[in-house]
Design a protein around this ligand. Structure first.
Ligand SMILES: Nc1ncnc2c1ncn2[C@@H]1O[C@H](COP(=O)(O)OP(=O)(O)OP(=O)(O)O)[C@@H](O)[C@H]1O
Length: 354
C-alpha cells in the first residue's frame, strides 16, 4: 500500500476509486491466505480504553474510520481524544496528534498529570493525592538552578517521577505535531506516511480540530472547505488504514442557551455527518439532563457537573444513539475510564443555562 501526499489533492478522489475494484473471489482468497499466514484479514481494532464505549463499538475504533468528536467549548474534547490516543500507544500502537489548538508542551504536561492520577488510583488513593496539571506545569516553568533535570524535578511532586516513567514508556511511539496554517491535508498525509514507514504499521491519528485544517486552492466558503477536508481525511484513513479522530467545532448558534448539541450543529458541512463512520458528542451532564432530575434535588447540579455524557450519535458498524457518562478529572487532564450508561432522562433542548 502506498500513499502519496499528492493524493490529498481533492480532484483525485474519484479516480482512485475506479482502481479499487476487486472481485469478491479475490477478496475471499486474500482473507483465506491471510488467515493461513496467521495474519488478520479484517480491520485492526484500536480500543479507546473506555470500557463501555469499547463494548458499544465492538472493541474500539477501526483502521479506515473517520471519527468525529463534537461538543461545546470546554466540554473535554481534547482531553478525551488525547486519552484515547494515550490508551492506544500504551498498548504498543503508534499515534500522531495534529494540534492546531495546544502547544506540545501543554499536552505533555496533561499526559504526566494523567499518569500521576492513574498511579494514585492504582495505589488505592484518591486521584487528588497525585500532582495535578497545575503542579506539573509549575515544574516545567520553574527555574532549576541545580540543573537536576526533569526526572528529579518531577520527583518533587506526588507521583511525578513514576508518571514521567509511564509517559517515557510510550513516548517514542507518540508524535505531537504543532500544526499551523501550513499544515494542509498534503502535509498531514506526508507526516502520516513518514510515521507509518518508521513504525511499520499505521498510526492512530488525532486532529484538533478539523475546521482549522487549511486548504490551498479550494475556492468557496467554509462549507466548501470543510467538505473537501472531511473527504480528504476520510480517504487518508482508508488509504493509510488508520483511525482518524477529528475534533470538530460547533456552529456558534448551537452554543447558545437552551440547546443540546447534535451532529447537525457541527460547523461547516453536511459532509461531516455523511463521511464520518462514528460521531461522538460530548456534553456536560448538568446541561442536558431533564428538568425533573434537577428540581427535586438541589445538590444534583453540582453532582451532574462532575460528569460528561458521550452520545454515540452515529455508529456505522453498530448501535447508535447510545448515551454513556464518564466522570471528569480535568484537574489531571483525564476522565475516569469506567463509563456508565446514563440512567436519567436527557433532554433534546437545554432547559437551564447556568
Ligand atoms: N488544570 C486544570 N484544572 C482543571 N480544569 C482544567 C485544567 N485545564 C483545563 N481544564 C478544563 O478542562 C476542560 C476540558 O478541556 P479541553 O481542552 O479538553 O476542552 P475542549 O472541549 O477541547 O475545549 P475547547 O473547545 O475550548 O478546545 C475545560 O473546561 C478546561 O477549562
Amino acid at each position: 500500500m502506498s500513499y502519496s501526499p499528492d493524493a490529498a489533492a481533492p480532484a483525485t478522489r474519484s479516480a482512485r476509486h475506479v482502481d479499487r475494484r476487486r472481485s469478491v473471489q479475490d477478496l475471499l482468497d486474500e482473507a483465506d491466505a491471510s488467515l493461513r499466514r496467521g495474519a488478520r484479514p479484517g480491520a485492526t481494532v484500536w480500543p479507546t480504553g473506555f470500557d463501555l464505549l469499547d463494548a458499544t463499538l465492538d472493541g474500539g475504533l477501526r483502521s479506515g474510520e473517520l471519527v468525529l468528536l463534537g461538543g461545546s467549548e470546554g466540554s473535554g474534547k481534547t482531553t478525551i481524544a488525547l486519552q484515547m490516543v494515550r490508551n492506544a500507544v500504551r498498548t504498543g500502537r503508534h499515534a500522531v496528534v495534529f494540534s492546531f489548538e495546544h502547544e506540545a508542551g501543554t499536552l505533555i504536561q496533561r499526559l504526566i498529570a494523567l499518569e500521576a492520577s492513574g498511579l494514585a488510583v492504582e495505589a488505592g488513593q484518591h486521584p487528588a493525592a497525585a500532582a495535578d496539571v497545575h503542579a506539573v506545569r509549575a515544574v516545567f516553568e520553574a527555574p532549576d538552578p541545580d540543573r537536576r533535570g526533569l526526572a528529579e524535578a518531577l520527583a518533587g511532586i506526588p507521583y511525578g517521577a513514576d508518571a514521567l516513567a509511564a509517559v517515557l514508556d510510550y513516548a517514542p511511539r507518540l508524535h505531537l505535531h504543532e500544526s499551523t496554517s501550513d499544515t494542509t491535508p498534503a502535509e498531514v498525509a506526508r507526516v502520516l506516511v513518514e510515521v507509518r514507514e518508521e513504525a511499520d504499521e499505521p498510526p492512530m491519528v488525532m486532529v484538533d480540530y478539523l475546521q482549522k485544517v487549511p486548504l490551498d486552492g479550494v475556492a468557496g466558503d467554509e462549507v466548501a472547505r470543510v467538505t473537501v477536508v472531511t473527504e480528504t481525511l476520510k480517504d487518508m484513513a482508508l488509504e493509510l488504514e488508520c483511525p482518524v479522530v477529528c475534533i470538530s467545532a460547533a456552529d456558534r448558534e448551537s452554543l447558545g442557551a437552551g440547546h443540546r448539541m447534535r451532529t447537525r450543529d457541527l460547523r461547516g458541512s453536511s459532509a461531516l455527518a455523511y463521511e464520518a463512520d462514528l460521531v461522538l458528542i460530548l456534553s456536560s451532564k448538568e446541561n442536558i439532563v431533564s428538568r425533573e432530575h434537577l428540581v427535586y434535588d438541589l445538590g444534583s447540579v453540582q453532582r451532574f457537573r462532575r460528569w460528561a455524557v458521550i452520545t454515540v450519535e452515529k455508529n456505522r458498524h453498530g448501535l447508535g444513539h447510545v448515551e454513556l457518562e464518564v466522570e471528569k478529572d480535568f484537574e489531571h487532564g483525564r476522565f475516569h475510564p469506567q463509563a456508565r450508561v446514563v440512567t436519567e432522562r436527557l433532554i433534546e433542548e437545554r432547559i437551564f443555562t447556568t
